[in-house]
Design a protein around this ligand. Structure first.
Ligand code: ATR
Length: 267
């Protein structure tokens, strides 16, 4: 039996175990997915310990994603993002391989809804999620505009991302006018009535991904739907970061529908 897992702190409400175990069942793989809660400074010890125990793969979540970098051999995207959320122990390198599937998760979530990844993307948020999404969309060749409450953080991130610019939230109206994709990578929207984007700035030509998945239907997505835009809820991003991890670990195509069903049953 293969063991996969997740390190996070706290890790109690993770949706990854049912999603991944539905995946194993879907391809008849004898595997389990378990959660671990190391102390906040324990990322490296946890990854080395998992390696020693023969764990096949680990997901990494808050607060360990940055610290995990030093325990793995990161791929170029994870290295540029500066955060690892997936560790693969099955290779024969000195260190396990490290990936950032949050970036690919956003890309695949948009693609699965036929949102074309060309032209301009507006990413709201410059924290961990914003970083991953900005690098992911830039790698697809999009011009990325990063808008953040603390504008200086948007400028700092934009300086690292190819072809990106940084902005304050007050510029969203102008930025969105000729944009093709909008991603909310802030936590705004977890409270029912809150949205980071003025409703009248959203137009029918946008593909809108909200990284918030509790609630699934955020005010931003309701506004986007009313404007005729294509909407992609946060569970799709969560799903595809998991699908990407599953495929890297197992070398097989993930049973996306089974994983999606198991995930949505929890939401
Ligand atoms: P994560 O890893 O989920 O991205 P984070 O690194 O704490 O979490 O980043 C949170 C993001 O949400 C930041 O971009 C933050 O903006 P600031 O950099 O100005 O703090 C944004 N954010 C959080 N609460 C917000 C609010 N009420 N209004 C606007 N942006 C908010």
């Amino acid at each position: 039996m293969d063991v996969y897992g997740l390190i996070g702190n706290p890790v109690g409400h993770s949706l990854s175990p049912p999603m991944h175990e539905a995946g194993y069942e879907g391809v008849d793989l004898d595997a389990r997915y378990v959660t671990f809660e190391p102390p906040a400074d324990g990322a490296v010890a946890a990854i080395e310990g998992a390696d020693a125990l023969g764990v096949a793969g680990l997901n990494v979540t808050i607060p360990f994603k940055q610290d995990a970098l030093s325990a793995v051999d990161p791929d170029p995207l994870a290295e540029r993002i500066g955060a690892v959320n997936t560790v693969d122990f099955t290779g024969d390198g000195d260190r396990p391989a490290g990936y950032n599937t949050d970036a690919v998760g956003a890309v695949r979530a948009l693609r699965s809804h036929d949102v074309a990844l060309s032209g301009t993307a507006v990413v709201v948020g410059a924290g961990g999620a914003g970083r991953a999404v900005a690098f992911g969309l830039a790698d697809e060749g999009m011009t990325v505009r990063i808008a953040n409450r603390t504008e200086s953080k948007a400028h700092d991130l934009a300086a690292e991302v190819p072809d990106a610019t940084g902005h304050g939230l007050a510029e969203l109206d102008d930025l969105l006018a000729d944009a093709d994709v909008l991603v909310n990578a802030t936590s705004v929207g977890m409270e029912e009535a809150a949205t980071p984007v003025p409703a009248d700035a959203i137009h029918a030509g946008l593909g809108v991904l909200d990284a918030v998945y509790r609630p699934l239907e955020t005010r931003l997505l309701r506004d986007a739907d009313a404007a005729g835009a294509t909407t992609v809820d946060g569970a799709w991003m969560l799903l595809y970061q998991g699908v990407e991890a599953f495929e890297r670990w197992t070398g097989r195509d993930a049973p996306v529908e089974a994983m999606n069903e198991a995930l949505r049953a929890e939401l």
